[in-house]
Every structure is written in C-alpha cells, then in structure tokens.
Write a new protein. Structure first.
Length: 617
C-alpha cells in the first residue's frame, strides 16, 4: 500500500442538490450530509474502524457543486476516489434509510468486471481422488505409483495394499465418516494409509510422530479417534484408542462396498487463542485441485512428497500425483539438509515439487542446480522473492514456477500464478495470480462488501475448496465461514482469510499481507508484509522477516531480520528502504543472518526470531 496522499474531490450539482433536499427534510445541513457520506466511503476503503465518524470538510461552491477535502489516504485509495465517491454519495441519498456501512462501494459495471476476475463458476469435480487413483490402477497397473530410495509399489500393488487397509479398518469397526489416526513416518506405508483410509470412507487424521504426547492427544481427542494406523516402532506413541499396526495388514483384491463421506481429512492449524483448530477438509475440495490447468501432473511426472502429513501441501503432493497417474517419490523421513534435498531431487529425477517460500529461497541460493530436471516448481506459504524466481527462471529456461496461495481452510490452494519467464525488472512482489478451479475470490471491506478494482480488501474465498468448518467449534466456524445476508455476496458461503490483497488492472491478484498482522508504531498503522516485500526486492537478500519489538524505553520499533551473506546488506537495505518507503515504515534495527529459522512446515519461525534465535553475522 502506498504512502498517504491528501486530496480534494469535486462533487457535482445534482448530488449536492439531493443532499440539500435531504438536509432540509431532516433538520441538518447539506455540508454535514455530504461530509458524513464521504467520510464513510473513505473509512471503508481505508479499512479504519467505524462507518465514517466525523464528517469530512465540505465547501459549497457558487456553481452548485461542492469541494470535499479527503486525506491523507493511501495512494491506491486516493486513485479510487475521483470516479467513485460521487456515485457512493448519490446511492446513499437514494436510500437514506440504509446504513452507510451497507451502501455498495462498486456499481453494476464494476461488479461485472470483479465477478469475471473472481473466477468462473464451474461445476465441481464430483469424483473423489481415491477413485481417480483406482481408475489409473486399471489403466496402468504396472506403472510405479509410489517409490522411495530402496522400494516401490506399482499402481496395482498400492491399490491392493490400500484395499487391505480399508478391510482391516472395517474389521475393527470403522464405519464411513469415522476418524482414523495416521501416525507414521513419511514413506510407502504412510501413503498407503492415506489411500486406505479414503477407500474405507473414513476421515484421515494425520499425526506427526515428532509431536509431543499432549499435542497428539489433543489432535486425536477432538475428532474422537479410536483407531490409529501406525508401525510397530511407533505403536507405543498412540495415546488415545487402539493402534492398528501396518506390518500385520495383508493386501486384498476383494472389492469393497461402495461408500462415500463428505470430510476427507482433519488438519490442525494454529489458533489465535493458542489452541489448534481442526479444519475439516472435504473430498470435493481436494478433487478440484486435479482439474486446474496449472496442476498438470501426468504419467510422465515424478512428484516429490516432502511435506509433513500434517501440512495441507501433502494433499497436493500425494493426491494430485496419484489421481493424475504420476509417480510419487517419497523423500526420506525427517528434515533434510539443503544438500540432501538437492540429492533427492537430482538423483531421483524429480520433475514436480512443492517448497515453502523459505525453503525455496534457500534452495535457489545454495542449490540452484538441483532444479535442472524439474519442469514445475510450486512455492508458497509465505511471501515469495522475485529475485529468487528470476534467478531460477534465468538459470533453467525449461522451468515453470508457480506461486501458490491459500489457507488450509480452502484446501491447499486458493490462487496460483504461473511464471515461465523472469519477472520484469523492479518487480517488488510476486503475484498470487488467479483462482484455482471451482474457486472464486472476492476482495471486501470490513463489512463484507466488494471494494473497487485496485483498492486493498480482505480476500474471501468461495467454492468447492471450502472446509466443512472447524471441528467442534461452531461459533468460530460461523465467524470465519460467513454467509452474508445482504449485499453482492448474499447467500454465498465464504471463508474470511484475514489476508489483504488487491486486483491489478489485468485482474491478477497481489498479496499485501495479513490484516491482523498490522500493528501501530508511533501512531502509524504498519503492515510488516509490505516492508518484507520491499526488502526482498533488494540484491543479495534471500529472505526477510519484519517484527515489531519493544525498545529500551518500552516503546515499539520495527526490526528487520534479513537472510544474506554480507553484513553490509543492512546498510544497503536501509538506504534502499529510505528511498522507497515512508520514514515510519523503515525499520530501526537490522539483523543479517545466514538463514532465517523455519517452522516444521517450512515457514519463517517468527516466535524464534522474537526469542532472539537469529544472531547477527
């Protein structure tokens, strides 16, 4: 979002006359009527609290018009004012009984454009991914479905193994819709367990063996897990219900009774209260990924399975590979060094893989040649650096990089942006692109009303990817999964992401950061994501994280943690930021480190940075 800009806006005679008539009928003044309406419009576009507050200054002119003083407002909001504020005021005066917070911000013509940008309304993919996999097992039974460094299963063998798992679960009393835990290290058996649970029409609850016992207990108790697929080595780690050891399950060729259920898996995300929330993801949400043109896996591909089973990127890796006839190659269990990961990618002929933004930056910097055989590289989960995208695309002309954006609540991806050529010089941010198949996105104000093109708004997602809700949390589900009762989105079930974005003039989405990540420093509203994007645009920067910290006097200041090799980066970045950002957005402290700490899911670990686990070089 650009810096604040003061602005004067002209209102025409017709709307001023309508305001004067309304003022006369209600015992007020035309200036106050116009000032309140204009203040509400500006407040909603700027996402400030309330519907306007005090009226803006208005001066009536001899020619019957009026001048309104607006500002300071962000530049992108200022650009939207001239052509729209008068229409908003006229609409408010036409329906004076309607609260100013509910008057639409866009007219019918703009809404038609936004609707086209928001994604086409396509029919859902009805066939679940495990049935797509079974169809491929009939087409290519002897093709390798899943492999590791020393073992493999063909499509026929995986189908028979998964069928045996489904039968074993049924014999244990598991019925359609029942939750089944999966506590296994990443490998052939963990993939087979995912397929077997789906074929049993049960709901998978992936568990990480590295998690402490209280966390596993919480994740299993919430959905009511009574049976957990595990190994002999890990059976003693199952804290709830009974363990079903995979070593004792035999393959089966006997057909299963057909059964379907809505929820495919429960994945836990961090909650704002500190208690993780179980997100109930559906078969329909996973299946829609296979129909998107940018997720074009096929029988010639070798797809790397690297993500932890508890991370929704694993759904992309496992199910899109098996449902589209590709070979899924499983990385060794546990975290890998950059060199080990590079060895897996090159040594096993990986053609498709997904990396978090943090890991992508590190690999692009330290192991760029690892992508020589890769044709499609997905990244996301955090802000992706244009510098590293351009570096890899220049080095590997046959590579396609896809920036994938999306919260778990909308099943892995909400939007994708495909890049085959380096981004134009000076590009500060990698776009998040356009919605995936059978997903629509809307950018809205705080009341859930669409904002004009080019204006920042909260991204709401709608369509087949939406989770069924949070497990056992109806109030939180209702708060995040909204069904507006009025306005342009009336009757549409949407997920509120809490992320800010804007539509470019070509309909491509740009990510602007978390709305709830905003903070106030010295009275200014700060969005760390904006500063991080500016830092990532500087040469030599591999990663960036901006935090609000407390200084020695108890006040707030911005601290920039930068991944890079040269300590002089701090000085260069500070100078560049001073040239490109308002002074209040320039961090006061800079820490240059070899690499930023990552969470188990590969995202920047802000908690560890706050705890001081990023020492200067």
């Amino acid at each position: 979002m650009s810096g604040p800009t003061a602005r004067g806006v002209r209102l025409g005679e017709e709307v001023v006359t309508a305001a004067a008539e309304f003022a006369s009928a209600t015992g007020t003044t035309a200036e106050r009527v116009l000032g309140l309406a204009c203040a509400a419009f500006v407040a909603r576009l700027c996402r400030t609290d309330g519907a306007g507050g005090e009226p803006l200054p208005v001066a009536l002119l001899p020619d019957g018009g009026a001048d309104v003083v607006v500002g300071p407002v962000p530049h992108d909001v200022a650009e939207a004012l001239d052509s729209r504020i008068e229409g908003f005021v006229a609409a408010a005066l036409a329906e004076p009984q309607r609260p100013l917070s509910e008057v639409e911000l866009v007219d019918d013509t703009e809404w038609a454009l936004l609707t086209a940008w928001s994604g086409p309304d396509r029919p859902p993919v009805e066939q679940p991914v495990h049935r797509m996999f079974a169809a491929w097992a009939q087409k290519q039974p002897d093709a390798v479905a899943v492999s590791t460094h020393d073992a493999e299963l063909t499509y026929r063998e995986l189908l028979e193994y998964a069928t045996g798992i489904a039968r074993a679960l049924a014999e244990r009393g598991v019925r359609p819709g029942d939750p089944v835990g999966i506590l296994l290290d990443r490998g052939l058996t963990s993939v087979a367990a995912m397929v077997g649970v789906a074929m049993a029409a049960a709901t998978a609850v992936p568990l990480d063996p590295a998690y402490p016992e209280p966390r596993l207990r919480l994740m299993m108790s919430g959905p009511g897990v009574r049976t957990t697929l595990t190994s002999e080595a890990l059976a003693g780690r199952v804290p709830v219900g009974t363990a079903l050891v995979m070593e004792g399950i035999e393959p089966s060729v006997a057909p299963l009774e057909p059964a379907e259920t809505e929820v495919a898996t429960v994945m836990y995300t961090s909650g704002s209260t500190g208690t993780p929330k179980g997100v109930q993801l559906t078969h329909r949400g996973i299946a829609r990924l296979t129909a998107d043109d940018r997720i074009d896996f096929g029988p010639e591909d070798v797809v790397l399975h690297l993500a932890p089973a508890t991370f929704d990127a694993a759904l992309l890796e496992v199910w899109c590979a098996l449902a589209l006839g590709a070979r899924l190659d499983v990385a060794p269990a546990g975290p890998l060094t950059l060199g080990e990961l590079a060895g897996v990618v090159t040594g096993r002929g990986i053609t498709v893989l997904w990396l978090t933004a943090g890991l992508f930056h590190q690999m692009a910097e330290h192991e760029p040649d690892a992508f020589s055989s890769v044709r499609r590289l997905f990244s996301g989960g955090d802000v992706v650096s244009p510098h590293h995208v351009n570096s890899l695309l220049t080095r590997h002309p046959g590579l396609t990089v896809v920036n994938g954006y999306g919260p778990t609540e909308n099943t892995t991806f909400t939007c994708c942006h495909l890049m085959r050529e380096p981004l134009p010089p000076g590009t500060a941010t990698v776009p998040i692109g356009t919605p995936v198949h059978n997903t629509r996105v809307f950018l809205v104000d705080r009341g859930g009303h669409p904002v004009p093109p080019g204006v920042p708004g909260e991204l709401w997602a709608e369509g087949a990817g939406l989770a069924a809700g949070y497990l056992g949390l109806p109030e939180q589900s209702a708060e995040r999964f909204r069904v507006p009762e009025s306005g342009r989105l009336r009757g549409l079930r949407c997920y509120r992401t809490g992320d800010l974005a804007r539509f470019r003039a070509d309909g491509i989405l740009e990510f602007l950061g978390r709305e709830d990540g905003q903070a106030k420093v010295n009275g200014h509203r700060i969005e760390p994501g904006e500063i991080e994007q500016a830092i990532l645009a500087q040469p030599g920067v591999r990663g960036a994280c901006v935090l609000v910290e407390t200084d020695a006097l108890g006040g707030k200041r911005l601290a920039a943690h930068i991944a890079g090799d040269d300590t002089s980066l701090a000085k260069a970045v500070r100078a560049a930021l001073r040239d490109s950002l308002p002074a209040y957005l320039v961090p006061a402290r800079y820490v240059v480190t070899e690499r930023l700490p990552l969470t188990v899911n590969g995202k920047t670990d802000r908690a560890r940075l706050l705890a001081g686990e990023s020492e200067p070089r």
